[in-house]
Design a protein around this ligand. Structure first.
Ligand SMILES: [Zn+2]
Length: 294
């Protein structure tokens, strides 16, 4: 077991500053180089997403303070969990901690799609009819409250210390701002980045209103987990994609009141469009796996 001390703590102001800076930069850049055409007015869309995010942040912090924070402190102090049992240098333990957190988040995201009680909350994120940096923080309070308990299990099982958790959360927040953004990169740059991390076109496919495309690209930071599981898709051009969920495609389906109440109401057949067509698989393949994502 490593004898190195585990009292590393990043300054408390660093993560909010980095994350706010990244969001501001990305939100500005996506207005200059938009990737997809908007369906809603940006101000209305952003205001709704910020309101959803504010309520969710208030409720999740009220849960995290008494539950997650003391657990992280105990795991760090008492050197609990898998990674603390191995004789690893601190830097390797941090690296493995980040990878384990990110890989198991892939499973949590997948579970949020495949298990109906979780999907009704995650659906709130997916019914957004435009995808931009504000979508990155638009999650229902029910989804993120449940994720606090999943995070507690990750921390306790793997032995994630405070520094590692903070590092991963900072990288994750910057990553979700980036890959939800409506930012057009050159296809070449996007292809290079997609070998490592989730990119805007890759995540745009995950927000498609066709089920088989939504059931792909579950990674949140590193894109490797989708490669590993054969669930990576880069073959759908963005101009072929309608963002959202077909059963909730009208403006009245996505008001602030409607999306807040959505998980608690009778659920529609998500993939049934208003015209009666089922959006399970896109009728004809739009391109091949090797085609450039554009
Ligand atoms: Zn999703």
């Amino acid at each position: 077991m490593s004898e190195e001390s585990d009292d590393r703590e990043p300054p408390r102001w660093l993560t909010p500053l980095l994350v706010a800076g990244a969001f501001a930069l990305i939100a500005f850049a996506e207005t200059r180089r938009p990737l997809r055409r908007r369906r809603e007015r940006r101000a209305t869309h952003t205001a709704r997403n910020l309101a959803t995010a504010g309520l969710t942040a208030a409720i999740t912090s009220a849960l995290q303070a008494p539950l997650l924070a003391p657990l992280v402190a105990r795991v760090t102090r008492d050197r609990l969990g898998l990674l603390h049992r191995l004789p690893l240098p601190r830097s390797v333990r941090t690296l493995l901690g980040v990878l384990l957190l990110d890989y198991t988040l892939w499973w949590w995201h997948r579970a949020n799609h495949e298990l109906p009680p979780l999907w009704r909350f995650h659906l709130v994120h997916h019914v957004d009819r435009d995808l931009d940096a504000s979508t990155a923080i638009r999650f229902h309070f029910g989804e993120l409250s449940l994720s606090v308990f999943y995070r507690m299990a990750q921390v306790r099982l793997f032995g994630v210390d405070a520094f590692t958790l903070s590092l991963w959360q900072t990288l994750l927040l910057v990553s979700i701002a980036f890959h939800h953004s409506n930012l057009r990169l050159t296809p070449e740059l996007e292809r290079r980045l997609a070998r490592w991390i989730v990119t805007p076109r890759m995540h745009g496919i995950h927000h498609s209103d066709y089920r088989d495309e939504t059931d792909s690209n579950w990674s949140s930071l590193f894109s490797w987990w989708d490669r590993l599981h054969g669930t990576l898709r880069l073959d759908v051009p963005q101009n072929a994609i309608d963002i959202g969920v077909p059963a909730y495609a009208r403006a009245s389906d996505v008001t602030l009141a409607a999306i807040t109440a959505l998980p608690f109401r009778a659920q529609r057949d998500d993939w049934m469009a208003t015209g009666g067509a089922q959006h399970l698989v896109r009728p004809s393949p739009v391109s091949t796996e090797t085609a450039p994502p554009c």
